[in-house]
Design a protein around this ligand. Structure first.
Ligand code: SAM
Length: 474
């Protein structure tokens, strides 16, 4: 496959990654399911133009996926399972599932590339070991702790408030940009206590302290000879003096001025406490997508391990936070998500010139949950809105034309018969409308006669629309 960037692929990342050439990606960030044992259901998501859509995905029932995993990978984990005390509820299936996908991530990374794996306590310790196996213990760089929320009381344990992000590089030579955080106001107030025409500054030693091992220089400057030497060569001290960067104490001892505006801040450390979760009230970027991460978090990661125009890949990209941050920072991006809803949300978030590839073949459509399929038909293909109820609103799955025309979408490969036309006519009547659209794979012959009869006798117009015509006809 030719490598396209600034695209979203709809599909299982295992399959999509296999098509990406070896050593073509600079940075991978992934935020896969966490083995949280949760079903994320019925979330209202913004970003669908002037309306919202409902979606769900599961991070439970990993056991059901056992059959889908490469037996060679699974057998290693099954050996561990045999001597396991229990209570894992499919954790090794989850680890093997991710391993299949992380192997592909390792393959597509450039030799100087890096990967950030986002997880939490549910599986982080198992994932660290697996990452060591795949990327090498020595290529582990950091374990970041992101304080996701403030603590809350529990009767059985201390609050789980942080996520973990493992940072590995593919080799010993890698792109790395040190980052800095702002000094806090209190520190500035207490430390940067001097001011001149150039700005606010603090005083810093140029004289070596007692006990310093190495690095000291001995000379006399402007009549001052420090007992334990200087911290710099004489040329450097002279340069500072010429630039009016020295302050002289009454004792004749000089100090260096360090200006606040010239300082980068504190070097970033591995505990991140100042990035608010998107679910915090009032966050503009909150799209309502379950598990959405803040753009600031992704911006930090992207800056550490990539440069402008580099390619950033997120194989579990949800509502597209990584892609949005990459775009903002002038990187190219590739996003992958198995959920068609996620891909459509991303398309809206990232702008119309971002292409969504895949997710609409007959095979993919046939595997969709009925409510997801109905959403694609009504929202994506017909520009309408879906009913808030997952099971349909008494026979109505959504509406088009400013909610004036009800739509019903039948499940895949179902041939509609006459009684279903009658039921839909009732639903249209109940909704006090005069027209409805029924979308299905096929219609029996007597449907058309029934539609004509209903129009004549009940003055209700029903349009019969075939899935093939909607999706596969030019
Ligand atoms: C934790 S969410 C990612 C959230 C994302 N970081 C964001 O900020 O929006 C995990 C995503 O992985 C997707 N997913 C689950 N299994 C997948 C697979 N095998 N391939 C691709 N995407 C998958 C889900 O649809 C979900 O959107």
């Amino acid at each position: 496959m030719e490598l396209q960037t600034n695209v979203i692929y709809c599909g299982d990342c295992k399959d999509v990654l296999k098509k990406i050439p070896d050593e073509s990606i600079d940075l991978v960030y992934l935020d896969p399911p966490f083995f949280s044992q949760k079903h994320y259901e019925n979330f209202w998501i913004q970003g669908q133009g002037d309306h919202e859509t409902v979606m769900g995905f599961s991070d439970k029932d990993w056991e059901n996926l056992r059959h889908s995993i490469d037996p060679n990978i699974l057998k290693e984990y099954e050996a561990i399972e045999e001597r396991w005390k229990g209570g894992h509820k499919g954790i090794f299936v989850f680890i093997a599932y991710l391993r299949e996908r992380l192997q592909q991530c390792e393959r597509v990374l450039k030799p100087k590339g890096a990967i950030f794996l986002h997880c939490d306590w549910h599986a982080s310790h198992y994932l660290k070991q697996m990452m060591d196996e795949l990327f090498g213990y020595d290529n582990f760089r950091n374990e970041f702790v992101w304080l996701r929320k403030s603590s809350s009381a529990s009767t059985s344990r201390i609050s789980n408030s942080h996520d973990t992000i493992f940072y590995y590089t593919k080799s010993k030579e890698f792109t790395f940009n040190q980052q800095y955080t702002k000094y806090d106001e209190e520190y500035i107030k207490n430390t940067y206590t001097h001011k001149d025409d150039i700005g606010i500054y603090k005083l810093h030693d140029v004289v070596a302290p007692k006990g310093l091992t190495g690095g000291r220089c001995y000379y006399t400057y402007k009549g001052f000879t420090p007992k334990y030497g200087w911290l710099m060569y004489q040329e450097k001290l002279e340069e500072l003096d010429k630039g009016n960067r020295l302050v002289w104490a009454k004792t004749g001892r000089p100090y260096r001025k360090l200006y606040l505006h010239e300082r980068k801040g504190n070097p970033l450390n591995d505990v991140w406490t100042d990035i608010e979760n998107v679910s915090s009230q009032g966050k503009k970027e909150n799209l309502g997508y379950p598990t959405q991460k803040p753009e600031a978090l992704l911006e930090g990661i992207i800056k550490i391990a990539s440069n402008p125009t580099d390619i950033v890949l997120d194989p579990f990209c949800g509502c597209g936070t990584t892609a949005a941050a990459a775009k903002k920072l002038g990187r190219r991006f590739i996003g992958i998500d198995i959920s068609r809803v996620a891909c459509d949300v991303m398309k809206k978030r990232l702008g119309e010139n971002v292409k969504v590839i895949g997710g609409e073949s007959k095979e993919e459509l046939s595997k969709m949950e009925p409510h997801e399929f109905a959403r694609i038909v009504i929202v994506e293909k017909m520009g309408g809105i879906v009913s808030p109820r997952k099971s349909g609103d008494m026979g109505i799955d959504g509406w088009v034309e400013f909610k004036t025309i009800p739509v019903q979408v039948k499940r895949w490969e179902h041939k509609v018969g006459r009684p279903e036309i009658d039921k839909f006519a009732h639903a249209i009547e109940r909704d006090r409308k005069e027209k409805g659209i029924l979308v299905a794979d096929d219609f029996s012959k007597d449907c058309y006669a029934e539609v004509a009869r209903i129009e004549k006798e009940q003055k209700i117009k029903i349009e019969l629309l075939k899935i093939d015509d909607l999706f596969f006809k030019e």
